[in-house]
Design a protein around this ligand. Structure first.
Ligand code: ADP
Length: 367
């Protein structure tokens, strides 16, 4: 089993464009860190190609297959180019609701993948090669919008769900939890959430950076810097274009792209949490458990049209549109190759496999 040889590029199987399934699942393996290497850990994962990942659990290999698998040597550029997010952005500019979310245990590379390494922000490092999916998506989106005909209005919101409380990361002075409401026309939405218009890369980067600065973190025995909250950065893309049937009139489109960085999915017992942190971990796991229950219900043909328990957590309320509605969703499961993380890696891969079985069909929202 050789973890050192990176794939030439992300190993991508399938094409979201021609596939009725609008849930894409990609897996990214982070490199072994220096501690793991110094302990002689060889890693338990092997990526033979064809979107397959093999997990060696000591006795035998267990195989999983996804739309894309990114080996530990893959760059941020390769992940962006080949994970399918460009297609989601194209759809969002055409009026679809699209969602990307990163999940996995703490320390598996979710933040690195979605927003780039911590040092990109804390040390003032502005090295573009480290940009995560978010920054690369902004660049691509702004290029797309400039190249397209019609008037576009772009705006963004950024929220955090921490302990089942919703905070506005673009208005951190507002300490009260915001309320999640539902109407027949809009579905679930967050009342009074800031929505800030932007026109340039600099201005949307400033929103992201400001929001990251106000994200709630608390010390945690597994990872001091680990964020214990879920965050959702949403770009709203409103456009008006001449009606394609050529008979005159305008077509309004309301697309959106949500980028979700989920809190660590590890089990509470492994973190040594207690007291307030235990309650926090319980709430994090409740959201993730509910997300898992929603996914299970969505892949069960008997329940598909019936009850999906979105209302059981704030996270699932806000992701309802992406999971079961008209949206196209890309899930990026981040995993550690280390032997010590084998159990959590298996949990993440099982979770991701279940998600792969969700089928929904995108329909652009138009007025
Ligand atoms: P999470 O958000 O899942 O808790 P992080 O993104 O903070 O995890 O990653 C944990 C550590 O591993 C960080 O030091 C990060 O820089 C490093 N890391 C994660 N993924 C990669 C990668 N693909 N390449 C290099 N370093 C990585």
């Amino acid at each position: 089993m050789d973890m050192r040889e990176p794939l030439e590029s992300g190993d991508v199987r399938g094409d979201a464009g021609g596939d009725e399934s609008s849930v894409l699942v990609a897996v990214r393996v982070r490199p072994l860190n220096s501690t793991e290497r110094s302990q002689g850990d060889q890693g338990v994962l092997y990526c033979p190609g064809q979107g397959t990942i093999l997990v060696n659990n000591g006795a035998q290999d267990r195989a999983f297959t996804f739309d894309a698998v990114f080996e530990a040597g893959c760059s941020q550029h390769e992940v962006f180019e080949q994970c399918g997010v460009k297609r989601l952005i194209d759809l969002a500019t055409d009026g679809f609701s699209c969602t990307v979310f990163g999940f996995g245990q703490t320390g598996s590379g979710k933040t690195y993948t979605i927003t780039g390494p911590q040092s990109l922000f804390s040390d003032g490092l502005r090295e573009r090669s480290f940009y995560g999916l978010m920054q690369r998506s902004f660049v691509y989106l702004l290029d797309r919008v400039q190249a397209k005909e019609g008037d576009f209005v772009l705006s963004a919101s950024y929220l955090e769900i921490y302990n089942e409380q919703v905070r506005d990361l673009l208005n951190p002075g507002l300490t009260d939890s915001l309320t999640v409401r539902w109407t027949k026309n809009t579905g679930f939405y967050v009342e009074n959430l800031s929505n800030v218009e932007f026109e340039s890369l600099d201005s949307v980067m400033a929103l992201l950076e400001g929001g990251i600065g106000s994200r709630q973190t608390s010390s945690h025995s597994q990872n001091q810097q680990s964020s214990r909250s879920h965050s959702i950065f949403t770009v709203y893309i409103e456009s008006e274009a001449a009606h394609p049937d050529g008979r005159g009139g305008y077509l309004e489109r309301h697309g959106k792209l949500c980028m979700v960085d989920l809190a660590g999915s590890e089990r509470v017992k492994e973190t040594g949490s207690s007291g307030e942190l235990m309650e926090e971990a319980g709430n994090i796991n409740r959201s993730l458990l509910t997300l898992g229950n929603c996914i299970s219900a969505l892949v069960d043909p008997r329940k598909r049209e019936g009850h999906i328990p979105y209302r059981d957590s704030k996270l699932t309320k806000l992701l309802a549109d992406s999971l079961g509605g008209s949206g196209v969703t890309l899930m990026i499961a981040c995993i550690s190759p280390a032997t010590v993380n084998l159990q959590e890696t298996m949990n993440t891969l099982r979770y991701a496999s279940r998600a792969k079985r969700i089928k929904n069909r995108p329909v652009a929202k138009r007025d």
